[in-house]
Design a binder for this molecule. Sequence first.
Ligand SMILES: C[C@](O)(CO)[C@H](O)COP(=O)(O)OP(=O)(O)OC[C@H]1O[C@@H](n2ccc(N)nc2=O)[C@H](O)[C@@H]1O
Ligand SMILES: Nc1ncnc2c1ncn2[C@@H]1O[C@H](COP(=O)(O)OP(=O)(O)OP(=O)(O)O)[C@@H](O)[C@H]1O
Length: 283
Amino acid sequence: MSAARLTLPAPAKLNLMLHILGRRADGYHELQTLFQFLDYGDELSFAVRDDGVIRLHTEFDGVPHDSNLIVRAAKKLQEQSGSALGVDIWIEKILPMGGGIGGGSSNAATTLLGLNHLWQLGWDEDRLAGLGLTLGADVPVFVRGHAAFAEGVGEKLTPVDPDEPWYVVLVPQVSVSTAEIFSDPLLTRDSAPIKVRPVPKGNSRNDCLPVVARRYPEVRNALNLLGKFTEAKLTGTGSCVFGAFPNKAEADKVSALLTETQTGFVAKGSNVSMLHRKLQSLL
Ligand SMILES: C[C@](O)(CO)[C@H](O)COP(=O)(O)OP(=O)(O)OC[C@H]1O[C@@H](n2ccc(N)nc2=O)[C@H](O)[C@@H]1O
Ligand SMILES: Nc1ncnc2c1ncn2[C@@H]1O[C@H](COP(=O)(O)OP(=O)(O)OP(=O)(O)O)[C@@H](O)[C@H]1O
């Protein structure tokens, strides 16, 4: 008999602003950033195995099975919890890799929360977020599931509730390496710290933008095109570019014009992640 499947979303995130305050001795950067989720993302399915084997059945271009953040998250949770159970995992991948919308980190967080539920581990959010941080700087916010102002390397989170507009997101067909942007000598690394409250609105720049736009003409082009309709911003270290609109109809109109030549999508901003909304509905 096959085990019941649990299907859970792994939403994308946007960095509504991103300031770089400095560089730590270990090379990581001190940031201030504002994370909001999108109602748009991948979908993971899990089926428990009782033989302890962890197996991702969907192949990823260029990502070996054991390096996949989904598998790494599952193995770490299994090791640290001492669970004897395993899991079969499938994913419907729609989020671009290296797009700055956090696909890999979100996949890892969905795996941690999904397996905590299926393996009945009873770990609390702090413990899951702590494990998540060892997988990537962006994993904890996906584990917690609430829009947040982040400090440190992205792990000190203060929940916030910015507006939830509709976004047009353009996906330039280049994958930007986060490590490459953070090691660029021209990166601004001395922004002055800002206060968490009120939620930053005027301070919405992304310090990575000048470096990314200089290195990637495709990103520059997307910023120029979307910038004809609204303020066009970069998320994370790119490559994705986004702009806010007050309603779906306006976002759809602009998207229809731009997606004649660009790849992109429309999605609503959300301060509670769709993963957490789904988990809540299971309880
Ligand atoms: C820039 C953001 O996208 C903002 O959301 C994230 O902080 C990046 O998060 P992420 O992709 O989970 O990043 P990680 O996998 O932890 O780090 C990738 C690489 O980016 C650089 N990195 C990342 C985060 C940070 N605060 N400082 C850094 O210098 C490091 O060189 C690191 O080796
Ligand atoms: N499940 C996964 N999904 C996507 N990428 C993965 C996954 N597992 C490992 N990776 C690796 O991680 C890299 C970064 O992927 P990701 O999609 O998270 O980038 P990103 O959107 O730029 O993330 P961030 O905004 O957190 O920097 C990929 O290029 C890929 O090599």
